[in-house]
Every structure is written in C-alpha cells, then in structure tokens.
Design a protein around this ligand. Structure first.
Ligand SMILES: CC(C)(COP(=O)(O)OP(=O)(O)OC[C@H]1O[C@@H](n2cnc3c(N)ncnc32)[C@H](O)[C@@H]1OP(=O)(O)O)[C@@H](O)C(=O)NCCC(=O)NCCS
Length: 140
C-alpha cells in the first residue's frame, strides 16, 4: 500500500493484483464507450499502475507507459463516477508521478480533451504542443 485518503477508507496501491473483470467493471462504469478487453499485457509493460480501493472494490486506476528511459506517458486516469470530485484522481496521478521520479523518469507526457484541462493543470502538467494520429481513423 502506498497511502490512504485522510478520513476515508480509500487506499492506494502500486501494481496491485487486478483481474480483467475488476478493470472492465471500473472502465465500463466510467468510460461511455468502453468495450471489455484484456489488460494483462498493458499492465505487464507499464512502468507502474496505481489502483485506488474502497475496501476490496477497485474504484480508481491510472498507469504509466514507459519508453525504458526518461519518458513516461500517463494513460487512462479513471475514477468511478460515485467517487469523483473528492481528490482521488489527483492522488492517483500524484502517486504515479512520484514513483516515476524515484525510477529516474524525467518527462511525463499526457494528452487530453480541452474540457478536462483543469484536472491536468492541478496535477502539475503545463500545456505544450503535441501531435496525435489515430491509426483507425480511415479519413487520414
Ligand atoms: C478525470 C477523472 C479521473 C477525475 O477524477 P476525480 O477523482 O473526480 O478528480 P479530482 O477529484 O482529483 O479532481 C481534482 C480537480 O480536477 C478538476 N477536475 C476533475 N474532474 C474534472 C472534469 N471532469 N472536468 C474538468 N475539471 C475536472 C477540478 O478542478 C477538480 O477540483 P474540484 O473538484 O475542487 O473542482 C474522472 O472524472 C474520470 O474518471 N473521468 C472519466 C475518465 C476520463 O475522462 N479520464 C481522463 C482521460 S484524459
């Protein structure tokens, strides 16, 4: 365990044992277009993933993809709708960043839709120019 939220039962863990069922349930409840998938390979290749739990229930998740050097990419911060706006999302990101710092990562990248920018600003990300290609978008 890496920490708890003051005054709550919410606890945070690095690389906890997580089933696809638990992750698909959280993502299904949290992301409108989520399709059930396998997470095993993604988790195995990540620098770290962080889970937030209310007792035994997974209620938050984030992970860092890694280039093997000084760059990591923050992906899929997710908090169950019933638990939002209590600071859990920021705490997940903070724990991931601190682990990356301890492992020698120098740059953490992220991209996001404009409406969610306040969340990333509060998490410490500064705006930058970046590029993105969606390879399944046939119009490209
Ligand atoms: C984004 C998400 C992880 C935030 O989790 P959370 O636990 O509610 O976030 P926090 O409580 O730590 O939010 C801290 C601050 O970030 C900002 N923030 C949080 N959610 C926001 C949102 N949806 N839109 C804009 N700002 C937001 C607010 O300033 C908030 O402070 P406030 O509650 O005092 O106003 C959660 O809304 C979620 O899972 N969304 C669906 C998945 C998603 O879109 N993930 C991001 C992909 S880029």
């Amino acid at each position: 365990m890496v920490g708890t939220m003051a005054g709550t039962h919410i606890r945070f863990e690095f690389n906890p044992s997580l089933t696809d069922d638990a992750l698909n349930t959280l993502f299904g409840d949290s992301w409108p277009d989520h399709e059930p998938c396998e997470f095993t390979d993604v988790l195995r290749r990540s620098l770290v993933y962080v889970g937030a739990f209310d007792r035994d229930q997974l209620i938050g998740f984030v992970y860092l993809a890694w280039d093997g050097g000084v760059h990591a990419f923050l992906l899929d911060p997710t908090v169950h709708p019933k638990y939002r706006r209590q600071g859990i999302g920021l705490e997940l990101v903070r724990h991931a960043i601190e682990l990356a710092r301890a492992r020698g990562v120098e740059w953490i990248h992220v991209d996001f839709a404009a409406e969610i920018q306040p969340f990333y600003e509060k998490a410490g990300f500064r705006p930058t120019l970046a590029g993105l290609i969606h390879l399944r978008d046939r119009s490209l």
